[in-house]
Design a protein around this ligand. Structure first.
Ligand SMILES: Nc1ncnc2c1ncn2[C@@H]1O[C@H](COP(=O)(O)OP(=O)(O)O)[C@@H](O)[C@H]1O
Ligand SMILES: [Mg+2]
Length: 388
């Protein structure tokens, strides 16, 4: 059980305003990822939650109990917040074995010897390091030490687990394995997890919700699918997803019932129902827009199909990677426009090859170039809807 509510949190380091009016609700059982580039305030937010930093403004409750009330200079002791924190740089006791490192906190809790043994071995197995239980930290690689730190945190069955880039020292393969284990751990224990990373793939693959940070502010809080399908602005769209989203400039016009966008891709028409009407959408005048098109929703035809609105293009380069092929396309216009297309499986394309591309209008985001914000929602692609 752990629901965390942060309201109007402000944190300064000297004159540096590093957290600006952070409002974030983490529901019981969430796997909430704080995502964003380096220096945007993710670690500081974790430190505020854990009690290692005192914000100058705002409140925080855990399960309704006040933990921070800055206006009244109230900050609950870290040890009384019922949480466990694993840092990017983890400190293991050098004079204790892996087993002792993990058992230490449990002994303080005065658990029975059997209970301690059970928990230590379970957490070691989860992190797949049980074979190292009798080693000392200096006999382990950085990645193994990092896994011990996570094992130590989960052994105490905290109701709230705070993890700050815990997979950063692992090689690519182990990182993927550990993503799976953390996800299972979350599901099996039901522990609320707050997870910090700058890696959008980690955020997308593990979380139930993502809070996207931008220079000390939260730009968007959404499920991974929603963040991917409908990023709130151009910068977010560009940050999430690999290969990156295609951004095509166009001229838009909204007459109060439909919006058209003219670009190198021709004219596209979007129904009012798919527009984000609370955003700034000028009426009855041309304005600059940007189409956001994910590479996997660009279809390539080697022959001109008889029907459908297809756009002629030329293959600029193709990167076959076994399971998928990334194709860079060039579209003729006043100036050449490049687009990326992600094709499943291995597909052969020649440089300079003439092709045709097809786009599904349901998958296209539109941004207002002036405000940079999303003005048209796209639809997520789901197999069960029987689409395509
Ligand atoms: N102890 C500190 N003293 C002064 N400035 C700090 C301190 N910790 C972090 N900062 C500054 O606060 C900002 C946010 O840092 P941080 O929360 O560590 O970012 P992130 O974890 O997203 O990379 C950065 O500009 C950083 O330089
Ligand atoms: Mg950090």
């Amino acid at each position: 059980m752990s629901k965390i509510v942060l309201e109007h949190i402000d944190k300064y380091y000297g004159d540096n305003h590093v957290l600006k009016d952070i409002n974030l609700t983490i529901e019981d059982g969430d796997f909430m990822t704080l995502l964003g580039p380096s220096g945007c305030g993710k670690t500081t937010t974790l430190r505020v939650i854990s009690g290692l930093e005192k914000p100058q403004g705002g409140t925080m409750t855990i399960d309704g109990k006040t933990m921070i009330d800055a206006a009244n200079a109230f900050y609950e002791e870290p040890s009384k917040r019922g949480l466990n924190l694993v840092f990017q740089s983890y400190a293991l006791w050098p004079h204790m074995t892996v087993y002792q490192n993990i058992a230490f906190g449990l002994k303080i809790k005065k658990l029975s010897k059997e209970e301690i043994d059970q928990r230590v071995m379970d957490s070691l197995k989860t992190m797949r390091i049980d074979q190292f239980k009798d080693r000392y930290p200096n006999e382990l690689s950085g990645g193994q030490q990092q896994r011990v730190a996570i094992a130590r945190a989960i052994a105490s069955s905290p109701k709230l687990l705070l993890l700050d880039e815990p997979l950063s020292n692992l090689d690519a393969r182990l990182r993927i394995d550990m993503r799976v284990e953390l996800k299972r751990l979350h599901r099996e224990t039901g522990t609320t997890i707050v997870y910090v990373t700058h890696d959008q793939v980690e955020a997308m693959t593990m979380s139930t919700k993502v809070a996207l940070f931008k220079a000390g502010e939260i730009a968007q809080i959404a499920t991974p699918l929603e963040l991917y399908t409908n990023p709130i602005d151009i910068e977010t769209a560009d940050f999430v997803g690999s290969p990156r989203i295609n951004m095509i400039d166009g001229t838009a016009r909204y007459d109060g019932s439909v919006m058209t966008v003219d670009s190198v891709l021709g004219r596209m028409t979007f129904d009012k129902e798919t527009l984000k009407l609370e955003e700034e959408i000028p009426e009855n005048e041309d304005f600059e827009a940007v189409l956001g098109i994910r590479p996997e929703s660009v279809k390539i035809f080697a022959k001109q199909p008889a029907d459908g609105s297809v756009i002629p293009a030329e293959v600029y380069a193709s990167q076959p990677a076994g399971s998928e092929t990334i194709v860079t396309l060039e579209i003729e216009g006043e100036q050449k426009t490049q687009m990326l297309a992600l094709q499943v499986d291995l597909q052969e394309y020649e440089m300079f090859q003439k092709v045709w591309i097809g786009l599904d209008p349901r998958r296209i985001n539109v941004f207002n170039k002036k405000t940079q914000r999303l003005i048209r929602f796209a639809k997520a692609k789901r197999k069960e809807e029987g689409e395509d």
